[in-house]
Design a protein around this ligand. Structure first.
Ligand code: CP
Length: 478
């Protein structure tokens, strides 16, 4: 099977079989490093890192050198023409005409997709803001697989900043795909975003049990446990009693504890204050003495700050330096596959439970924009050519998912292009949750950010919207 000319933007771009095939190739390359020197001779990799990096950038560059290829690099937006206002699409076209493959890290969510859309060569997402970091996930899965042989049925705990930690977002989907159970231990206020949870449940199946307060979580409370995801592959169902359920989950032990640092560079002022107040949980020898962690792999994508004590480094359960070192064979295998220099045979596919849904797509020249301020699609330099585009992932309530950053949201107002055409008196907008809204066919749907936007486009409020206004006005008068 060839992955020639494909791009890796999110972990969904690879099937389980392709990931397993890539791991076998990484094993082979690891065992025969000298033989790989020269297989990419004459190929050029562009390494564009517009956020700081040690591991990802240097392991990609090492990987290309070990394959005998060459590397061109840019590591500071200020030293590129992006700082003069050039768009990402134009940069991608240019770099794609110089290099055979592009690796990009960028602070905007969805930036790697834009590069992949315009470059004309394979593109690898090396981290796009708080969205995803799929090659880190490959290193993480490879490590779990090497240490535990299989991922299916394992219990993996995710710890720390689950809100902005892009490595955890890709990892969540990958673990679900491979049939692992996931325990969420976020630092307070840094829980997994709702749109990630929603995608996990709708597309990967399984069940999510949420806990009201960390105090409720477990009696021996070193755990700020927030939720447990149980894969549809799991032989057991979640117990109805949350406390009993947690004890059952932890009794058999946690197979891996995936620690992440606070992503301070993405924090709001409130989140910064919370973190400064010492609310961020720390993994140290004392925590790892707990029964649940007897055989736990301690993982971290690195870099670490204060959340993982140095005293753990000598512990045989610590895996983080192995994860980083394994980045070289994993990235060698990936580069060789995307350049079409190597092929893989795909082992038996085992992701049949994943719902591959072709959602209707909402795309109009003007109107609603992604509400995520970090999304590439709303940045000034990019709006000249990117049209906002959303998957309609639900109609009740109407829920959109941005195709760039994958943030989900529920817009408030809609209209139908069918009803208003040629009949100005019927140019009416409705609340998105009204029964009228639900009757609009996807191809006729017009969605508004606000009433002002609907009215600026000459739509008039429906009776129910007007009634809602009257009720709000009455309340204000009282
Ligand atoms: N894990 C990881 O992405 O590390 P760097 O930021 O150093 O590349």
């Amino acid at each position: 099977m060839a992955l020639t000319n494909s791009s890796l933007v999110t972990i969904d771009d690879l099937s389980n079989g392709e990931i397993e095939g890539l791991f076998s190739l990484a094993d082979n390359m690891s065992d025969s490093m000298k033989e790989q020197l020269g297989i990419c001779q004459g190929k050029i990799m562009a390494s564009l890192f517009f956020e700081p990096s040690t591991r990802t950038r240097l392991s990609f560059e090492t990987a290309m050198h070990r394959l005998g290829g060459s590397v061109i690099t840019a590591s500071d937006i200020g030293a590129t023409s992006l700082s003069k206002g050039e768009s990402i699409a134009d940069m991608a076209r240019i770099v794609g005409s110089y290099a055979d493959i592009i690796v990009i890290r960028h602070p905007w969510e969805g930036a790697a997709k834009v590069v992949a859309d315009y470059a004309g060569v394979p593109v690898i997402n090396a981290g796009d803001g708080g969205h995803q970091h799929p090659t880190q996930t490959l290193c993480d899965l490879y490590t779990i697989k090497k240490e535990r042989q299989s991922i299916k049925g394992l219990k993996i705990a995710l710890w720390g900043d689950l809100k902005y930690g892009r490595t955890t977002h890709s990892l969540i989907f990958a673990l679900a795909k491979f049939g692992a159970d996931i325990l969420f231990f976020p630092s307070p206020g840094l829980e997994v975003p709702e749109h990630v949870i929603k995608k996990l449940i709708i597309e990967y199946g399984g069940e999510l049990e949420k806990y009201g307060s960390p105090g409720q979580a477990v009696k021996d409370s070193l755990f700020p446990l927030d939720a447990i995801y149980t894969t549809p592959n799991s032989p057991h169902q979640l117990a109805m009693m949350p406390d009993i359920n947690i004890e059952v989950e932890l009794k058999t032990g946690v197979d891996a504890l995936y620690v992440t640092r606070p992503q301070r560079e993405r924090f709001t002022a409130t989140e910064e204050t919370q973190e400064l107040q010492g609310k961020y949980p720390v993994v140290d020898k004392r925590l790892l003495k707990g029964k649940a962690f007897r055989k736990t792999l301690v993982m971290h994508p690195l870099p670490r700050v204060d959340e993982l004590a140095y005293e753990v480094d000598a512990d045989p359960r610590s895996m983080y330096f192995k994860q980083a070192a394994r980045g070289v064979p994993i990235r060698m295998a990936l580069i060789a596959l995307l350049l079409g220099i190597k092929e893989i045979s795909i082992p038996r596919e085992d992701d049949s439970f994943i719902q591959k849904t072709d959602y209707p797509v909402y795309r109009r020249d003007s109107g609603i924009r992604c509400p995520n301020p970090e999304c590439v699609s709303i940045q000034k330099t990019e709006t000249k050519y990117i049209k906002s585009e959303f998957k309609v992932v639900d109609r009740e309530p109407l829920t959109l998912r941005c195709v760039y950053c994958e943030h989900g949201f529920e817009p408030k107002y809609v209209a139908s292009s069918d009803w208003h055409e040629g009949r100005l008196d019927n140019k009416i907008y409705h609340s998105a949750d009204s029964h009228w809204a639900k009757k609009i066919r996807p191809e006729n749907l017009i969605i508004f950010d606000s009433e002002n936007e609907a009215e600026a486009q000459d739509f008039k409020p429906s009776q129910s919207v007007r009634a809602h206004h009257r009720r709000s006005d009455d309340k204000e008068e009282k």
